[in-house]
Design a protein around this ligand. Sequence first.
Ligand code: G6P
Length: 599
Amino acid sequence: MCGIVGYVGEKHKTTEVLLTGLKALEYRGYDSAGMAYFIEDTIKVSKEVGRVQNLEKLLQEENATIGIAHTRWATHGEVTKENAHPHTQNKFTIVHNGIIENYQELKDNLTKKGYLFQSKTDTEVLAALLDFLYKKENDILKAINQLKDYVDGSYALGILCLDDKDTLYAIRKDSPLIVGIEEKDSFIASDVPAILKYTNQYILLENNEIVTLSKQGYTIYNEKLEKQEKEVLTFEGDITSAEKCGYEHFMLKEIYEQPEIVKNLVDYYLNLENNDFSDRLPSLLKYKKIHVVACGSAYHTGLVFKSLMEEYAEVETIVEVASEYRYKKNFYDQDTLVLVISQSGETADTLAALRKAKTDHIDTLAIVNVVGSSIAREADQVLYIYAGCEIAVATTKAYSAQLALLSLLALKLAYEKKLITKEQKQSILQGYIHIDKKMKKLLNQDYEKIVKRIYNRQDIFFIGRGIDYSMSMEGALKLKEISYINAVSYAAGELKHGTISLIEQNTPVIAINTSEHLKEKTISNIKEVKSRGAMVIYITNEDIEGDFYDEKIVIEKTSMFLQSLLTIIPLQLIAYYTAKQNGCDIDKPKNLAKSVTVE
Ligand code: G6P
């Protein structure tokens, strides 16, 4: 989604900082980019449709001071230069991340007051509103502070005003914004990678806080316009987490990082010396029902969790996509835990679902990657997965880290409920300690033969039962996200109720079969498609010979708590190499955004 960066300082060239920031924000997904900066007393605005590289020529701009920049992911108005940010109305030039829900009403009122609009965006309306409020108040800070009284929606704003060429103003409400600090130089950004080349020191802005950046430093104000002292945080990752480090794509790098990340997570949430859980892993014993709410791949990890919770911990676990959950009637009570899962911690629908549960006084637990993100801060309890910066739009390492943590929660509960013995628990925990080595082995396998059989196909089916069905959903999502092949997942037993009519000679079907008690059932379903001509790629943890598949990938057999951490690797690599074979823009798939901050 949209990304913001801004800079005030003397150490670096403004346009260079802004372009570096925009490039680092590219991963969020965007379709146009732009920037604005002061040159003496005037504000110069440049914007282009397409990649940030189109703005590269601005690097020649020597005299730029104080500047703001933006990558836009179109919401209001199509992808055009007019709709790209920054937007200017009279004295104000702004960049915006978020959505203004009452923009049409505001626009109508401002039009009556004489404002004319060049774009179809909600952002330009905010620029006009700021100008209007400034004329009324004659004070920039007061004008910015009044936005909340007029605007419904979310916004992180970088603001320049012609009447103050020494200051960059910014405010946030429900869209993320941080302030970066490098001695007297200061930055604003949607997230830390945008400024990591210059500093790892940052402050998280709270809703309705305003920051002013000048060459003398930064000042933060609360909504009463009182100055605030805020904690300066240190970003723990280093710049390598935002660099490809020799890999052709971030996605491949992140796939290869998985064993290490899972190992670190296991070290953190287990007490290795005692072969037990560490105190950092909470108990879910008091809950009779769990509602898991998430989007995309995080939703898929919730489905794996559901299978483990119901099968081994015997707790009813309902999993819903957040965009549905937030608007439906939910049957929860004080015995229910609402568990939200989000890599970014900023996904608008997931955040809204969390807030709904909180309003209804239901306990909430969040599993999040980005430290200090909105979901992490608002949930009653947060468990971090510590997967580091994930740059590729298609999630891989955060997905695996979520799986590992969720499975530990289920295992702990099963043990607390005495549904597994101490010996069983200890043997499974030993599996966690060695899972990284098994994951590494799968990373080193060759998937070329499989990719050759599917890369030029239009439709691919993924099937499985139980946990394998959840894995097939993630496998299909990965493939369609980055290779644009129509990949559809089905519960293996459901195929015959319609979908099997689509199976023709040579139709690719990727069949996952790792669950002991469902193995024979799944094989029967595979035979059903095979006998109708399907080309079957069989992913299994049991190396049996048979005539019901064309290609086979064998993964090691392990406890069901851990099996999905192995199943996912071939699925990710098949998607990656298929997309590569098709020349796709793997790290930045078309139309997708990494962090979906609009509903
Ligand atoms: C987007 C991303 C997906 C991600 C989903 C949820 O659609 O492209 O990879 O799974 O959002 O994101 P979250 O940050 O909440 O996990």
